[in-house]
Design a protein around this ligand. Structure first.
Ligand SMILES: NC(=O)C1=CN([C@@H]2O[C@H](COP(=O)(O)OP(=O)(O)OC[C@H]3O[C@@H](n4cnc5c(N)ncnc54)[C@H](O)[C@@H]3O)[C@@H](O)[C@H]2O)C=CC1
Ligand SMILES: O=C([O-])CC(=O)C(=O)O
Length: 266
């Protein structure tokens, strides 16, 4: 591993709920410099040590040590391949973009060629180390259940004419595979695909529930297999700026990006 540089340079794609939190967290590290790629740089409230650009070439030319993607599945498809092709590691929030077999194959080919890594963060959940370890037995079944308050599903419930129903009872929006879930709900099911990457797509089932009985974004992962059984449950506070996104997501993205500098670490 290369020596830790005096100044750590992190790029950031997206300046929405998660992106703003990432920028603030990174700016609090005095030896970090951040360049944010966003279509509309803010006029004020810019944290110290944070610069903005609307141009991917400028971000890549700045030579960040790593880039955090915190924008969307579309932004992932538009920009992450070029970042990796330039030899820059990427920590993506929009992991659901890998539901597309074509995109996954393209990313693998680019990384093999450039030596860069796509480093998948735990994001809104955890326990991926356990799941990946248990999956080595070849005998594992995982059920992931996402329960969020109806506010996190406002647009989707309205489109299905289920907004009134979801005010009083849980509405199951989806049951099936993780890639299908991420394709159908790219802004809400990155966690499902993250778990499936650790467990294996064919071993992971996903349930998605808009639940008026929960106030937090609640994720349950039930694992059964040859190594043992486990149930993991995460009750995440939502980001104040986006009810779909758990606040822990930005913390996970930054922790993952900074972990690459640690000479000793998890
Ligand atoms: N991995 C995980 O566990 C989780 C992942 N996410 C994902 O993280 C990402 C960011 O989430 P939030 O910050 O809550 O979303 P947000 O909607 O609050 O912010 C996204 C920002 O990215 C910008 N953006 C989107 N597409 C773009 C493009 N093609 N080019 C340039 N800018 C673009 C938007 O204008 C917006 O400012 C989303 O893809 C979300 O689904 C969210 C929660 C958990
Ligand atoms: O933030 C969360 O609770 C999970 C989420 O939106 C996702 O997996 O895309």
């Amino acid at each position: 591993m290369a020596a830790v540089p005096d100044i750590r340079r992190i790029g950031l794609i997206g300046y929405g709920a998660a992106g703003r939190s990432c920028a603030a967290l990174l700016a609090a590290e005095t030896d970090c410099r951040v360049m944010v790629l966003t279509r509309r740089p803010p006029a004020d409230g810019i944290p110290e040590r944070v610069a903005f650009s609307a141009d991917l070439d400028a971000l890549i030319a700045w030579k960040p040590d790593a880039i955090i993607e915190a924008a969307s599945a579309d932004a992932f498809a538009e920009m992450v391949p070029d970042c990796l092709d330039s030899g820059i590691d990427v920590v993506p929030a929009s992991v659901g973009a890998l539901q597309s077999p074509e995109m996954a194959a393209r990313i693998h080919a680019i990384c093999a060629r450039s030596g860069a890594r796509l480093i998948i963060p735990a994001g809104a959940v955890g326990g991926l180390d356990y799941i990946a370890a248990a999956a080595l037995t070849g005998n594992i079944a995982v059920t992931y259940t996402s329960r969020k308050p109806p506010a996190a599903w406002a647009g989707e419930l309205a489109a299905l004419d289920l907004a009134d129903t979801a005010r009083t009872e849980p509405v199951t929006l989806f049951e099936g595979s993780a890639p299908e879930a991420a394709k159908l709900y790219p802004r809400n099911l990155n966690a499902g695909l993250t778990i499936a990457l650790a467990a294996g797509f064919e071993r992971t089932r996903v349930r998605v529930i808009a639940d008026p009985g929960v106030t937090r974004n609640t994720h349950e992962i039930a694992i059964t297999g040859a190594a043992g059984d486990a149930v993991l449950r995460f009750e995440n506070r939502a980001s104040p700026d986006n009810p779909k996104t758990s606040a822990i997501t930005a913390l996970s993205l930054v922790a993952t990006a900074l972990r690459r500098y640690a000479p000793v670490g998890t």
